[in-house]
Design a protein around this ligand. Structure first.
Ligand SMILES: [Zn+2]
Length: 93
């Protein structure tokens, strides 16, 4: 039962998603992540966003976008929106 509850936990799944970008997960963690992503739309979206960010970061580090840094910056409006949301709801743990 504990493994099933763990599989349903979005926070733990997010951790697995981020971890999977840098290292191979155990078979159990891989299965739990895939099962979770098959039933949880927000986590599936988060997983795709993380994969996209990872790809952007890899390309940036490879110098593919040299001279195009202005396209990689957030607008001032987006920056302020994120800042105000972070100040509204700090993480509790
Ligand atoms: Zn989830």
């Amino acid at each position: 039962m504990g493994a099933l509850i763990d599989m349903l936990n979005c926070r733990k799944n997010s951790y697995r998603v981020v971890l999977s970008l840098d290292q191979d997960l155990s078979l159990l963690d891989r299965l739990a992540m895939r099962l979770h992503l098959s039933i949880c739309k927000p986590c599936k979206r988060f997983s795709k966003q993380m994969a996209t960010l990872d790809l952007i970061q890899q390309r940036y580090c490879q110098g593919e976008w040299a001279g195009q840094e202005q396209h990689l910056r957030l607008s001032e409006k987006a920056r302020q929106r994120i800042l105000s949301r972070l100040q509204e709801k700090p993480f509790d743990d």
